[in-house]
Design a protein around this ligand. Structure first.
Ligand code: CXF
Ligand code: ZN
Length: 364
């Protein structure tokens, strides 16, 4: 079928709205009429390593329009959030850790289906898609049964929910699943963007009693406090690790690094208490190396752990977050700024400039 999609033809270039032809759903696939799609930093940062032209977008929500053979999870008319793809058969998937699926590179970043076939074309020209098994910067997306999550609560606005499929589940899941923050504990969060703020909301939810937000943006620090941070530090105002150690009475039980600078990584690790755990959701300055002390980890029994997609089992975790939102305990709407699809380039620019925390594109 012909759909309208935001096509990227040059890394770092503009998205153009074009008509492309999307395959009908094959076995195990789900065609979704996209209602809205969040913009994640990965949509921007990954462009240089993707095949082009491509349709990006991996935080889509929408309504099932059709299903292929052998799909039982959803039927046409169901409201869904789309999330990351996973194979279901590798050791990680079988052990209940699909965010570390062994086939994640192919499923998220190859530009095609798991078997290598393309999902879309334009007058015979191949258009790469299947980004995170969805490519939701479009009016319609082709997902797989494994990466659609049914939304059963009809009282929540579907247009808000797409970012639960990536950025928001990453921050909340880092705190609730990966590091398993405990009630009464302390957490330091480097970076008050969508991932960091989701971590802060989750920390309040679970009962962390000291929650330190660190950023260089005054308005984000204010929002962090409204969402649950007990302390908000401007990273430019002096030694961050020292200030966290004094706010937490000797060191943070947990840290979440989302800012992506060598300094913020160094601070996130060095602010930890004995047996503290630091979750990292990004890499510093596009892979820059930095030093930390093995002795400090060893003698303090500290852990540094990589976090992908908040260690989420999406069919379990995303409905939980939706219920927390519905109950007013996870106010993710505070992060959202909406744009129509034809303003996608403004949404991206505002995200890069730090003006929009979580841009969400509406398709209609
Ligand atoms: C990202 C997380 C960092 C590595 C690349 C993929 N996931 C989603 O945006
Ligand atoms: Zn993402």
């Amino acid at each position: 079928m012909d759909v309208v999609a935001a096509v990227l033809r040059k890394a770092g270039g503009r998205f153009d709205l074009e008509t492309v032809t999307l395959d009908a759903p094959a076995a195990g696939e789900v065609l979704v009429r996209v209602v809205a799609c969040g913009v994640c930093h990965t949509d921007i940062g990954v462009q240089h390593m993707m095949p082009l032209p491509i349709v990006l977008g991996h935080e889509g929500s929408g309504i099932v329009e059709a299903v292929g053979p052998n799909v039982s999870k959803v039927v046409p008319g169901d409201r869904v959030v789309m999330t990351f793809g996973s194979c279901g058969g590798c050791a990680s998937c079988v052990e209940g850790a699909p965010s570390h699926c062994h086939n994640m590179r192919i499923l998220q970043f190859s530009g095609g289906r798991a078997d290598g076939s393309p999902t879309m074309q334009q007058k015979g020209e191949k258009i790469f898609g299947a980004f995170f098994q969805q490519s939701s910067f479009a009016t319609h997306a082709l997902a797989t049964e494994r990466n659609v999550v049914k939304v059963t609560n009809s009282a929540v606005p579907l247009e808000l929910l797409g970012p639960l499929g990536c950025g928001i589940q990453t921050g909340a899941g880092a705190v609730l699943n990966t590091i398993g923050a405990r009630p009464g504990s302390s957490l330091a969060v480097m970076g008050a963007g969508s991932v960091g703020l989701s971590g802060i909301m989750a920390a309040r939810l679970v009962g962390c009693t000291t929650i330190v937000a660190v950023d260089v943006n005054e308005s984000r620090l204010e929002l962090a406090q409204e969402l649950g941070a007990s302390h908000a530090f401007d990273a430019r105002d002096g030694d961050v690790s020292d200030r966290i150690r004094s706010a937490t009475g000797g060191g943070a039980n947990y840290a979440l690094e989302t800012a992506g600078t060598v300094q913020s990584f160094t601070d996130a690790i060095s602010c930890l208490a004995m047996r503290g755990v630091c979750g990292i959701v990004t890499v510093p300055n596009r892979g820059a190396a930095f030093e930390f002390s093995a002795r400090y980890l060893l003698t303090g029994g500290r852990t540094v752990v990589g976090v992908l997609e908040g260690s989420s089992v999406p069919d379990v975790f995303i409905p939980q977050l939706i219920e927390f939102y519905a109950q007013g305990r996870f106010p993710m709407d505070r992060l959202a700024t909406y744009y129509p699809l034809d303003r996608i380039n403004d949404a991206v620019a505002d995200s890069v400039a730090g003006k929009a925390i979580k841009p969400i594109l509406r398709m209609q």
